[in-house]
Design a protein around this ligand. Structure first.
Ligand code: XMP
Length: 603
């Protein structure tokens, strides 16, 4: 099958490019940026991704210069443009101004990748550097006001490069440009999910042979689709599905999953209660990564207990997993991606099993939207296919743990500085004495949230709040999240109520989460929101002894980036009002941070 390689220079959007190319019908793969040209010969075209560095920085990622002599078409995007120019003898320099966001592109040459475009196009930019001198054989094909060489080409060699990002939806004709490139590559449109299913079923049969598959399933879309695909390949009798009640599942989760599986004719699923084991292992654990590791290891331990009980011979069984593409990237699965967090299905023991060929993961190449489509094609009901994603470690990553107050250095002075900065928006705020996980500049952070309070006469304006949130996290290095206070009116004092993962705290969070889910289902809002974590913070307010709740609705396409969801204000009020009835809840906040700089979950 014809395929395109995306060389990954560390940009968060490399996978988005891959996803777009597949959506256009051509199979694509992400490869390390310095893969040897020899190994790239088999592709019909190469795309050089963006990346966070400058090409002239020491240690900046490079590519094998021989790729430009392979004779296959190449498209450079942003950093990809810079690296193409630098590799071929041109010059890259910091631009006069940095360009971020939407801008108008003047198209100067409508051949090849710009075929069918208008003279002026809306495109999306995110760069500080630009091409200052073009290599021999290249010409300018498009410009923006500040960036002269926003599009360049060496038509004879089929080398093209653009400074803007065609893969983001803000570039209105981005898909057209990518499609033009695929035509130049003469790549056949053979990739679709029917083809994927057919190919994967054959691959599963091949890999499993006369063995069987044992799989932990959560009732979520990824593991259910993976299990269903495996059952389609090797039959229900050769699979054993295990749903583990870790104690961190949602209220009534087991009943809902049982019901949905019955509807979907998914068979051979068994349920195992292990909450006491998990709570026992997590006693007095506060650190997020330690929590994740313990949970991952416990899953494996339980799986071993069950395997022993069932007397499964390890030589006859493989372990199935519902891992999807972004899970592997964020664990540092590709070389230039930083480790954001350890996914429960990428802990050390699992890595060893992967190396030993004992793991089967049919969805590792797919994005969430593709997994959903595969689910529908396999006949799974909407109640499974459109379920909000739920992390493997469950409510454990939504129940923040802390044992003492934790402020950044000089927090009072910093708080004053932030307050001076936001006074123009009629807002005030406080730094919270706890930390949460985030992702900034493609790297993991562990920093403080800032809690905003509106004056009585401040406009309730999501645009303004997004601007403030972005400005605060960009400007103040110790802050990676911004929250809006919905309740109570004034905060006089804040205290950390020492708390780790206990049954009582999780039960409180389960009730809060249930309330939120019922609320959005009632308002037929469930499908508009991509995911809606409800988070419990060990924070007591105004000398009370309760905790705080954070509402974290987000929209996202593939979980790598996300925008906070803008709920109708009357519903925000209604939801808040409901929480005021709960005596254990001192405060209700709304997370108004995008990803990056925050992650979707809090950990
Ligand atoms: P973050 O918090 O990194 O999450 O923005 C991105 C997406 O991944 C989910 N998530 C997980 N899913 N195992 C999973 O199966 C995990 O350990 C895990 N951690 C986060 C998260 O809910 C969101 O959809």
């Amino acid at each position: 099958m014809d395929k395109i390689a995306i060389l990954d220079f560390g940009g968060q959007y490399a996978h988005l490019i891959a996803n777009r190319i597949r959506r256009l019908g051509v199979y694509s793969e992400i490869r390390d940026c310095d893969t040897a040209a020899e190994e790239l010969k088999e592709y019909k075209g190469l795309i050089l991704s963006g990346g966070p560095q400058s090409v002239y920085d020491e240690g900046a990622p490079k590519c094998d210069i021989n790729i430009f002599n392979l004779g296959i078409p190449i498209l450079g995007i942003c950093y990809g443009l810079h690296i193409m120019i630098q590799s071929l003898g041109g010059k890259v320099m910091p631009g006069k101004i940095k360009e971020y966001g939407k801008t108008t592109l003047k198209v100067l040459n409508k051949q090849d990748i710009f075929e069918g475009l208008s003279d002026a196009e809306t495109v999306w930019m995110s760069h500080g550097d630009e091409a200052a001198g073009l290599p021999e054989g290249f010409e300018k094909t498009a410009s923006t006001e500040p960036c002269v060489n926003a599009g360049i080409a060496n038509f004879a060699k089929k080398l093209y490069a653009i400074q803007f990002h065609p893969e983001v939806t803000h570039t209105i004709n981005g898909n057209k440009i990518l499609e033009n490139f695929l035509n130049i590559c003469d790549a056949k449109k053979e990739w679709n999910l029917d083809f994927f299913i057919e190919k994967e079923i054959a691959a599963i049969k091949d890999k499993v042979g006369n063995k069987k598959v044992f799989m932990l399933i959560s009732g979520g879309v990824d593991s259910t689709v993976a299990y269903s695909l495996i059952q389609n390949a090797i039959g229900t009798k050769n699979t054993y599905g295990l749903f583990v009640d870790t104690g961190f599942i949602r209220l009534h989760e087991r009943e809902e999953v049982e019901e949905a599986y019955k509807k979907a004719s998914i068979e051979n699923v068994h349920f195992f209660y292990a909450a006491d084991k998990f709570f026992g292992a997590l006693k007095e654990v506060y650190d997020p990564e330690t929590k994740r590791k313990i949970i991952g290891d416990k899953f494996i331990e339980i799986q071993k207990i069950i395997a022993d009980e069932l007397k499964l011979n390890p030589e006859e069984w493989l372990l199935g997993q519902g891992t999807i593409y972004p899970d592997t990237i964020e664990t540092g699965g590709t070389r230039h991606a930083d480790k954001i967090k350890t996914h429960h299905n990428r802990v050390e023991q699992i890595r060893q099993l992967i190396e030993a060929g004992k793991i089967i993961e049919p969805l590792t190449q797919l994005y969430k939207d593709e997994v959903r489509e595969v689910g529908t094609k396999l006949g799974l009901p909407d109640s499974i296919v459109w379920r909000h994603p739920f992390p493997g470690p469950g409510l454990a990553v939504r129940c923040l743990c802390a044992d003492k107050i934790d402020y950044p250095e000089n927090h009072e002075a910093l708080e004053q500085e932030i307050n001076d900065f936001i006074a123009k928006y009629k807002l005030t705020g406080k730094i919270l004495p706890i930390k949460s996980v985030g992702v900034q500049g493609d790297a993991r952070t562990y920093k403080h949230p800032f809690l905003l309070a509106m004056h009585k006469d401040t406009n309730r304006d999501w645009d303004m709040l997004e601007t403030v949130s972005t400005e605060i996290t960009n400007r103040f290095g110790s802050i990676n999240r911004v929250l809006l206070k919905l309740h109570p009116r004034g905060i006089v004092s804040m205290n950390v109520k020492p708390g780790y993962l206990t049954k009582e705290r999780i039960e409180l969070l389960q009730r809060a989460d249930f309330r939120v889910t019922q609320f959005i289902k009632y308002h037929k809002n469930y499908k508009d929101i991509w995911q809606f974590p409800t988070v419990l913070l060990p924070l007591s307010l105004n000398d009370k002894h309760g905790e705080c709740i954070v509402l974290r609705p987000v929209n996202s396409e593939e979980a790598m980036t996300a925008n906070f969801y803008r709920m109708q204000w009357k519903w925000v009020d209604e939801l808040t009002e409901g929480f005021r009835e709960l005596p254990e809840i001192d405060g209700v906040f709304y997370d108004i941070t995008n990803k990056p700089p925050a992650t979707i979950e809090w950990e």
